[in-house]
Design a protein around this ligand. Structure first.
Ligand SMILES: [Zn+2]
Length: 256
């Protein structure tokens, strides 16, 4: 499973920021989008799901929508997931999460849309007051991508009720968890086995054991016999690594 994650915009996108009267820092939308995208990627590392980013992860470079979709189409990913934050309330209250698919979207897009909406609202509690929080939208990345695609607007940057919440790291973490839960559910993602340190030591011991059984290489065979005759080495385990103390003893024997 491979998916593409698109953190909407970049740091320099005009107008895409939180409303100053609510957030004096005027946090840029890309900052909010980017940290959720980072978190989703990090969480998905525990699953059999590869992710690619189509935005500039530093937020410094503008990547056009055309470029983003082109990259996703070329990579042949199975889902295009675009992460945004909303605006339009102009300092009023209300808002909430809205997840879009394109008009006439395929069934898989709609399934992912519903799952992401349900899981993110449950996880974050940011249930809004939109008439239809899972609408169709004529959005370029949804229309132009060759695979199922959804675009989430995860709270309003100009809402007295949403904005203080969406600015918090806790919200970003919960949101990312909700998105990942939805993907795990829809795509049946499995957790990948991670190797413990003890297991790794076991593998290393087995590898070293195998190496110690190997005969000398042709190019080394004759020199090894001579070195043994001079008392520099016992010539055993010729393919094993030598520790610093073993090397020191060999040099010492050679000098003598
Ligand atoms: Zn946006």
């Amino acid at each position: 499973m491979r998916i593409c994650i698109d953190a909407g915009h970049y740091l320099g996108t005009p107008g895409k920021r939180c409303l100053k009267s609510i957030d004096p820092q005027e946090t840029r939308e890309w900052v909010l989008n980017g940290r959720v995208a980072d978190r989703v990627q990090a969480l998905l590392q525990a699953y059999d799901c590869e992710t690619i980013r189509v935005d500039d992860v530093t937020g410094k470079e503008e990547v056009t929508l055309y470029e983003r979709v082109r990259k996703a189409n070329k990579a042949g990913v199975e889902l295009y997931l675009s992460i945004h934050h909303n605006a339009g309330i102009r300092g009023g209250s209300g808002g909430g999460i809205v997840v879009y698919v394109c008009p006439g979207a395929d069934r898989q897009s709609k399934t992912v849309q519903q799952a992401i909406y349900q899981h993110t609202v449950t996880k974050t509690g940011l249930k809004g007051n939109r008439a239809n929080p899972t609408p169709e939208g004529n959005l370029y990345v949804l229309n132009a991508s060759a695979m199922p695609a959804v675009l989430g607007e995860f709270g309003f940057m100009d809402s007295t009720t949403d904005t203080p919440i969406i600015l918090t790291q806790a919200y970003a973490d919960q949101l990312a968890q909700g998105i990942v839960e939805a993907l795990v559910e829809v795509y049946g993602l499995k957790e990948v086995d991670t190797v413990t340190y003890e297991q790794w030591k076991g593998f290393m011991e087995r590898y070293q054991q195998e190496q110690s059984q190997l005969p000398p290489s042709d190019w080394a065979a004759e020199g090894l016999v001579q070195a043994k005759a001079r008392g520099i080495t016992d010539a055993s385990r010729p393919q094993s690594g030598a520790t610093r103390q073993e090397v020191a003893l060999m040099i010492n024997a050679a000098i003598k």
